[in-house]
Design a protein around this ligand. Structure first.
Ligand SMILES: [Zn+2]
Ligand SMILES: [Zn+2]
Length: 279
């Protein structure tokens, strides 16, 4: 194994979250069971097998490794990956790949798709992804992965099995689709990104940012730069319905011990147990 980029791992609700995120350094995450990743600020050698990536925005700490990843997949004779990026960036990313193709003398092959807020991405029969607008200094997107199940419609509940089967065979649609939000990823955002899309606060796992924690930081300034402060979480404490809230993207000004000390002292009970500081 080549250990070229650090990452942490945790498991919840049958899913594994692996990743790393520090502001202005690099952000990358993946969920092996869903075969998807979010952002490519760097690409741990181990993450190469993940075939589908969803990028939140085009700041370098979130996309710098995109060409590296695409080139490595080809070098290792793997299928071309599928990359979703905010639509505004598609043409520039194509151009970037062409320039690197000339410099590196290797073909850059990937399925590049532009997405906008409100789109749906079919991941598999069981999973679908929705996109939502987050609030940052450049246009940016968040993603929610939903599990979809077929559920018997209310009007048929309680009927014996053979009757339901007969109805189904006669062409009646006896089930409806039910969606359960599994994972929400916000990328970089001010609190507006969370507030404007309720499923982000309902997903079993929320992966989000808390770039700043010190009490003396000015919050209007942090919001203007499209980020969140610990106080934004405290203010919303009773609105998070998530089972696990992974907070990351801490400023490089902080030592991990300082983040832990400040956050653990100030988060209210009820939220504290569900928050995992990604340090
Ligand atoms: Zn960032
Ligand atoms: Zn950013």
């Amino acid at each position: 194994m080549v250990d070229n980029a650090p990452f942490l791992t945790c498991q919840h609700a049958g899913l594994t979250v692996e990743g790393y995120s520090r502001a202005a350094v690099q952000s990358y995450w993946r969920i092996p069971e869903l075969k998807i990743g979010f952002d490519l600020g760097a690409q741990p050698w181990d993450f190469m097998g993940t075939p589908t990536w969803l990028l939140s925005h085009t700041h370098l700490d979130h996309i710098a490794a995109l060409p590296v990843y695409v080139a490595r997949r080809r070098m290792m004779k793997m299928e071309p990956p599928t990359i979703y990026v905010p639509a505004y960036a598609v043409e520039d990313i194509r151009r970037l790949m062409l320039v690197l193709q000339r410099l590196d003398r290797g073909r850059m092959v990937c399925n590049l798709h532009g997405v906008e807020a409100g789109n749906e991405i079919e991941l598999s029969r069981e999973h679908v992804i929705t996109t939502f607008a987050t609030t940052h200094t450049i246009p940016s997107l968040g993603y929610v992965v939903w599990e979809r199940r077929r559920k018997l419609k209310e009007e048929f509940q309680g009927l014996p099995g053979d009757q339901i089967r007969d109805l189904r065979l006669s062409g009646v649609e006896v089930t409806r689709e039910m969606r359960i939000p599994l994972v929400a990823y916000t990328g970089d955002t001010s609190p507006g990104g969370l507030d404007n899309y309720p499923p982000a606060l309902q997903a079993k796992i929320l992966i989000t940012e808390m770039s700043f924690v010190r009490p003396n930081h000015r919050r209007e300034k942090i919001h203007k730069f499209g980020h969140m402060h610990l106080d934004d979480f405290i203010e919303r404490a009773d609105r998070f319905q998530n089972e696990l809230i992974i907070v990351a993207h801490f400023s490089t000004r902080y030592h991990p011990q300082e983040v832990r000390r400040i956050v653990e002292a100030r988060l209210p009970a009820g939220l504290r147990e569900r928050v995992r500081l990604w340090l």
